[in-house]
Design a protein around this ligand. Structure first.
Ligand SMILES: [Zn+2]
Length: 308
């Protein structure tokens, strides 16, 4: 069993400005945690840049042209009230998408392997034609389409345990029965989508959780709804939108998960991928805004990927 860690220092140079929660220190905290003695077995790989053709797998030409045109040569601009772009952002975002693509290539080519992508900016709020909610490109959606195009996979699933609903991934997938999107998230909450009634063509599974919910409601959501849906779908590749902002320490949200919950769900997903996807799991970092909570969640998540 090999677990890859895809990352790149360019992801540090997406500058969101003073006081923004989605900051470079998040990635430093993740990489510091994974440098500790528990993770000697990780296979570390520098993420390549996604090509324009690869980004266009999930995005319109207008979105790609718009980000190129708006990229500042100095200072920071607003793409929306939350979503910033600095001179280093385009390169960071192309590394983030490139990490997921390269991680998929790695797990497709190497038996019994999985991967974690320590990347920023995150991706799951980005829609086909717009950046949103700290996200420029939808890294996991690009990866899902890459897996289909390059390897002919017929069923790819994205599981999203970030505390926010991945409106972008849902919108990109919702008419495509070969792609399953399953999300647990706090609701009512940003971005406002993710009601259980939003089911796409039978390929969207949303489990909203009330503010103040904790471990028990989270685990019931997976045991009763999301894991059975994944089991029935039989994905050939499992992609995780791994946000850690449902952690009890997170300042932006009000679910109360602990590291143990992230270890629990990751073990379940690894076992499911063993049954249906030859163990192929690619996990991509999304949110998580308390540095200790983020490190705690990533620690448990990556240990479970390593089966440590
Ligand atoms: Zn989030």
């Amino acid at each position: 069993m090999t677990t890859y860690l895809f990352t790149h220092r360019d992801c540090l140079f997406h500058d969101t400005g003073v006081g923004h929660p989605e900051r470079a220190d998040r990635l430093r905290a993740v990489l510091h945690q994974l440098d500790l003695e528990n993770f000697p077995a990780l296979e570390r790989v520098d993420a390549p840049l996604a090509s324009r053709e690869q980004l266009a797998l999930a995005h319109t030409e207008a979105h790609l042209d718009g980000l190129v045109a708006r990229a500042p040569v100095a200072g920071i601009i607003n793409l929306d009230p939350d979503t910033k772009m600095s001179p280093g952002s385009q390169m960071a975002a192309m590394r983030a998408a490139g990490a997921v693509i390269a991680a998929i290539d790695a797990v497709m080519k190497n038996k019994k392997s999985n991967a974690f992508c320590a990347i920023r900016p995150p991706g799951h709020h980005a829609e086909a034609d717009r950046a949103m909610g700290f996200c420029l490109y939808n890294n996991v959606a690009i990866g899902a389409y890459h897996a289909r195009k390059k390897y002919g996979l017929e069923r790819v699933a994205v599981v999203d345990f970030d505390v926010h609903h991945g409106n972008g991934t849902q919108a990109i997938f919702e008419k495509d029965a070969g792609l399953l999107y399953a999300s647990s998230h706090q609701a009512p909450f940003y971005p406002g989508t993710g009601d259980a009634s939003e089911t796409g063509v039978g390929n969207i599974v949303n489990v909203p959780l009330a503010a103040g919910s904790g471990s028990r409601a989270f685990r019931e959501a997976y045991d009763n709804i999301i894991l059975p849906a994944l089991e029935a779908f039989r994905p050939e590749l499992l992609i995780i939108s791994a946000g850690f902002d449902a952690h009890e320490k997170d300042p932006l949200a009000n679910l109360n998960l602990t590291g143990a919950d992230y270890g629990w769900i990751t073990k379940k997903l690894v076992a499911l991928a063993d049954r249906h996807a030859a163990g192929r799991v690619v996990s991509a970092l999304e949110g998580g805004y308390d540095l200790e909570g983020l490190a705690d969640g990533v620690d448990a998540h990556v240990k479970a990927l390593l089966r440590a």
